[in-house]
Structure formats: structure tokens, C-alpha cells
Design a protein around this ligand. Sequence first.
Ligand code: ADP
Length: 375
Amino acid sequence: MAEVIFNKLEKVYSNGFKAVHGIDLTIRDGEFLVIVGPSGCAKSTSLRMLAGLESVSGGEIRIGNKVVNNLQPKDRGIAMVFQNYALYPHMTVKENLAFGLKLARLPKDEIEQRVQDAARILEIGELLDRLPRQLSGGQAQRVAVGRAIVKKPEVFLFDEPLSNLDAKLRASMRVRISDLHKLLKREGRPATAVYVTHDQTEAMTMGDRICVMKLGHIMQVDTPENLYHYPRNMFVAGFIGAPEMNLKPVTLVRQADDCALRLGDQLLALPADKADKVLRHGAERLHLGIRPEFIRLHQDGPADNCLEGELVRTENMGHELFVYFRVAELELTARVPSEQAARLLGNEPGLKVRFALEMDKAHLFDSASEQNISL
Ligand code: ADP
């Protein structure tokens, strides 16, 4: 069991490129923390520094309150699961599981015990005598996880472990890895897990908390719920959630008693509490952020939070439609339940459509700083 701390952690590669810009992060004892962000944001660099596979250029890394900057990987109490499972092809599953323990000169019966224990937890007991080439992708990945479990590490590190699997298998492995983390906790040996992925669905479904990174900086560390509902900046707002949150430039229009937002050529009423925050902040240029599920198809009658637009296209997901529509030059996305969307199906682009925006669910961002000013 161990807490992991990054303290002003920096990485400058030998070519002078600064990949990690002094990040601070505390990963709690027993927590499943996911580091997520687009390619190149330095997820792997950060994880590899934690693993000891990459040197630290500045700041420090602590595992269980011990500074590990200069410790060998094998002395850090960690075990890592990679994307390419890296199983030894000429060894059976059992030999693969036992190999690291033999190197560490553990007694034979202890090795046997740990291998059987991992096989039970991962349900790979019947695969122990197979060679890696006789395994499916999912089975090989389970063995790779097993090789980490037998080490009984204080911290599990996962580097995009599911990227090589097809979508269906990825979904089931996601659940298995989460269940495994919970099982270890139930069995009284909780493990801290740090899991790197570029896939926001993996992050949302697996993380106790998620650390969102961009270009070597941390954008927000929070629970999945908070990231989704209270993104601190435009980057997090746009990165978390699919289809993406609508993020559109708007201008604030002051009216007699209240405020409105001009989006394209139309006005939207701004709830009083949000208007207060925006006025207090005093930002000149704003972006409105609203998730597609908070944009409802409006049938008829007046409404002061409505946008009139032109249909661009629809995508039929079965139970719902993603509806893309244009207001002036701005394209927005709405999620519409199928039973309400019949009249849109098969319709030509250009059809006039009206949508009501749930403005109490909207966010307002300062376009210059990209910070959320409506929280
Ligand atoms: P991610 O895992 O988020 O895709 P990486 O940690 O692999 O990102 O890379 C972060 C940044 O560091 C990228 O811009 C990448 O090009 C750069 N980088 C990675 N490895 C090296 C290296 N050995 N030398 C120089 N730059 C590197």
C-alpha cells in the first residue's frame, strides 16, 4: 500500500524538449487514478518516470513517502503492464508468471502459491500450460496483468494496456481490471493503480479520479462526475464526453434587468446566477459550453432559451440521434431520443429546426484564459 506523490515533476529530454512542466499530483493510497489526455501530452513520460524507466529532470517522485528519483525500477515496489504484453514466447503461461519471481529467488512453494493465486483472480487457471501464441488477445492481456499481480507490488502501473484489443474486448477488459482492483481491496490488500490512456471512455469508467493532461501540464484532477459536470476549463470540457460538449463563441448583451448571450444571430436568456458570475468576472470574450444532451428538440410555442437553426445531418445511434444543426455559421450538436426524432430522420439538410437549451446546465468560459467562470 502506498501513496504516490509528484512534486514539481519535470522532464526535459536530451534534445532540450521540455515534455513535463513541473506537475504536482497526489495519488492516494489504494486509489485507481487514470492519467488521460491526447497523444503527446506526456502521459507516458510521466508514468515512465514513476516506473524508473526514464530519468527525472526536476522535482521529485515519492512512493510510500520515500523519494524514488534515483531508485532502480525493481526497488520501487511497482509492477507495470504494457500495451504489447511482452510475454516470453517460448515459455508457458505458468513459466511467464513465475519468471520474475524465480529471478528474485523466491522459494518454490511461495512462487507456486502466488501463481495459483493470480490464476484464480484472473480466471486463467486452464491456460497455465499454454504458450503465448495459443492465447487470444484478451487472454494474453490477462496473463500480462497476472505477471504484475504475482509481484505483489505496492503500485500497479498500466500504460495503455488495452489499445491493441478490439472494441468489444476492450470493454470487457476494462471491467475486469476495475473488478480486479476492487477484489484486491476486498481481500485486504488494496493496491494503488496508475493507468494511462488516451481514451476518455476508459478514463471515465475506470478511474476513482482522473488526471487530465495537455502538453505536459495538468488541466484538472477530479472524480469522473466532477470532470463531466464541473470542468474547470475549455480543454477538459471538450475532452471529456462524447459527442463533445458544444463550445461556441458568444457575446454578452446587457438588457434592462438581466443579461442575454448572442450566439450567431440569436439571443439566449442567461440565468441570473450565471449572469452574476459573468458580470463579476468581467470577461470580454466568452464561450458558451453546453452538452448535447442538454439541447432538446423544441416542438412549438415560445421559449426564451430557444435557437432556430438549419439541419446539417443526423447520425442514428438506435435509441437516440445525434443531430447536427447550424445557427448562422456555428454548428451545434444535440442528442435527441429516437421517439422524438422521427420527423428529422431522412430529412434533407436545410430543414428548419428549433432547439431549447437548458441554460442552467450551461457553462461560460473566458475565451482568453479558457477558464470556466460560471462554476
Ligand atoms: P503521450 O504518452 O501523452 O502520448 P509522451 O509522453 O509519449 O506523450 O510524449 C510527450 C512529448 O515528449 C511528446 O511531444 C513527444 O514527442 C516527446 N518525447 C517523447 N519521448 C521523447 C524523446 N525520447 N526525446 C524527445 N522528445 C520525446
